[in-house]
Design a protein around this ligand. Structure first.
Ligand SMILES: [Zn+2]
Ligand SMILES: [Zn+2]
Length: 258
């Protein structure tokens, strides 16, 4: 699907020359439909037609958790009205379906690391529209156990956080740790998901930062973000914000593990 261009070394002029030569040999194409990309900025990206049909979420949404609302005048959803979420605010770029789900799956399960730049741009768009979120002091991410990370070769949420951190000029800090392997969330119901993850994460307080932005890929039942935010709050961070690429607005699909 995609031919990521990986160049080593640190010389920028050489990199860009090599890139130009490579793009003559392999004209850059859309990650989804393979249409040629006329203006390539060195990142793998989508053509304008594919971008136009990304299933973006639009307001009105819950002021707290970002869940799309019916537009009946309420500013928070029933779930947020009924209980305390352990984070200040969550925003998600789109619903987990269509070409966005395809991109996330290619990134996460297909090993297409080159998609990190494209996907981080969606998080950047959310952050730049929300001064509270872009005003975080540091960024962190949902961790994997060392074993799971070795098996996948990378942690997708860390790649997203690092790209976003570079663009927002915020430090990315590794303060969450996953203490044990958990069962695949897909095998479980909502309440079991929470129990499955209960106590699975621990956080370390970095006293330089109070407001922290937590990155995950997909928000399904919210169990992962709730557990991680809880651990961050217990560690001593006073304000926790969260961003995800996508959230389940319809019935969960069977490859989600959050
Ligand atoms: Zn396309
Ligand atoms: Zn809500």
């Amino acid at each position: 699907m995609i031919s990521p261009v990986r160049l080593t070394g640190s010389s920028r002029p050489l990199k860009s020359i090599a890139r130009s030569l490579l793009s003559l040999l392999y004209p850059p194409s859309c990650a989804l439909c393979e249409a040629e990309l006329p203006q390539w900025d060195g990142q793998v990206c989508l053509c304008s037609a594919c971008r136009a049909v990304l299933p973006r979420l639009v307001a009105p949404w819950c002021a707290r958790c970002g869940e799309p609302l019916e537009g009946d005048g309420a500013d928070i959803c029933a779930r947020c009205a009924g209980g305390e979420l352990p984070f200040e605010r969550l925003r998600s770029f789109g619903s987990y379906q269509g070409n966005l789900a395809e991109l996330i799956r290619a990134f996460k399960f297909g090993g297409e690391r080159a998609l990190a730049g494209e996907l981080a741009a969606y998080l950047l768009e959310l952050a730049t529209h929300d001064p509270q979120i872009s005003g975080a002091h540091a960024i962190t991410f949902v961790p994997m156990t060392a074993r799971a990370r070795r098996a996948r070769g990378f942690n997708q949420t860390e790649l997203l956080a690092r790209r976003l951190g570079r663009r927002l000029e915020l430090p990315v800090i590794k303060v969450l740790r996953k203490l044990r392997e958990t069962r695949l969330q897909v095998e479980l119901g909502g309440r079991e998901r929470r129990e499955n993850l209960s106590g699975a994460f621990a956080a370390r307080h970095d006293p330089r930062y109070e407001k922290i932005l937590l990155i995950d890929d997909v928000y399904t039942t919210g169990a992962t973000l709730a557990e991680c935010s809880q651990a961050l709050a217990v560690a001593g961070y006073s304000q926790i914000y969260a961003l995800t690429l996508a959230r389940t607005v319809f019935k969960p699909r069977d490859d989600q593990d959050n």
